[in-house]
Write a protein that binds this ligand. Structure first.
Ligand code: SAH
Length: 215
């Protein structure tokens, strides 16, 4: 690794830590997945900055510290089966795959799923299955999930996802009526019902119904 690569990496990890990503497993998962691979074109040069960036299909790759905080709030363990809604570039799925046994990720854009599969295969992350579909319906054939993460904002947690979360499981997602400010929440499913924690204010693209057929 040359000097500037090492320095860029240190700055990336420093930005994560100073924004509250302190869990060692999460930091080392994020250190091991190069975000540059997931960002294309003119923005690739800025892939190590702690900022969201535009991707294909008018979508966004999240700010790394938000990826870290969401991953940290999920408390993923090595035996877990995780569902992600909103594959986008596949970056968040790649981080999860370092921490979990198996990751299923769904996006409504065929093109994003196709591109994400290519990158994930190239870097040998073979415990991820990327699926083209409407993630608000979840993935009933693989339920229940130990953990569910949604990387697009809905007004309320979609009920199929709550149904597909195992008792004892955790779901992390942005919710809100406005497209400008949403709350990131953590939902614990317990024997006594659902418990909600508000984590921070965030801004995500909306969770839309149905799939996009465009290739
Ligand atoms: N996690 C991604 C970023 C997600 S951006 C990454 O790491 O790069 C949000 C994504 O949610 C977009 O790609 C969008 O297409 C997807 N999305 C929105 N509504 C959806 C739905 N109902 N089902 C599946 N994906 C959806």
């Amino acid at each position: 690794m040359n000097q500037s690569t090492a320095e860029t990496k240190m700055q990336f990890l420093y930005a994560l830590r100073s924004n509250g990503v302190t869990n060692r497993q999460v930091l080392s998962a994020m250190e091991s997945v190069d975000r540059t691979l997931f960002v294309r074109g003119v923005f690739a040069d800025r892939s190590h900055e702690d900022i969201p960036l535009p991707i294909d299909c008018g979508q966004t790759i999240s700010q790394p510290s938000i990826v870290g905080l969401m991953t940290q709030a999920l408390h993923v363990e090595p035996r877990h089966k995780v569902l992600e809604i909103g594959t986008g570039t596949g970056y968040q799925a790649a981080i999860l795959s370092k921490l979990a046994r198996r990751v299923y990720t769904i996006d409504r854009h065929h093109r994003l799923v196709h591109e994400a599969r290519k990158i994930l295969t190239k870097i040998n992350l073979d415990n991820i299955t990327a699926i083209h579909g409407d993630g608000s319906l979840g993935l009933p054939e693989q339920a229940p999930f130990d953990r569910i993460i949604v990387t697009a904002a809905a007004e309320d947690p979609p009920s199929p996802l709550l149904d597909q979360l195992r008792v004892g499981g955790i779901m992390v997602l942005p919710v809100g009526r406005s497209s400008t400010v949403q709350d990131l929440i953590q939902v614990h499913k317990t024997d006594e019902g659902l418990k909600y924690n508000e984590l921070l204010s965030v801004r995500f693209v909306p969770l839309l119904e149905g799939i996009d057929e465009g290739r």
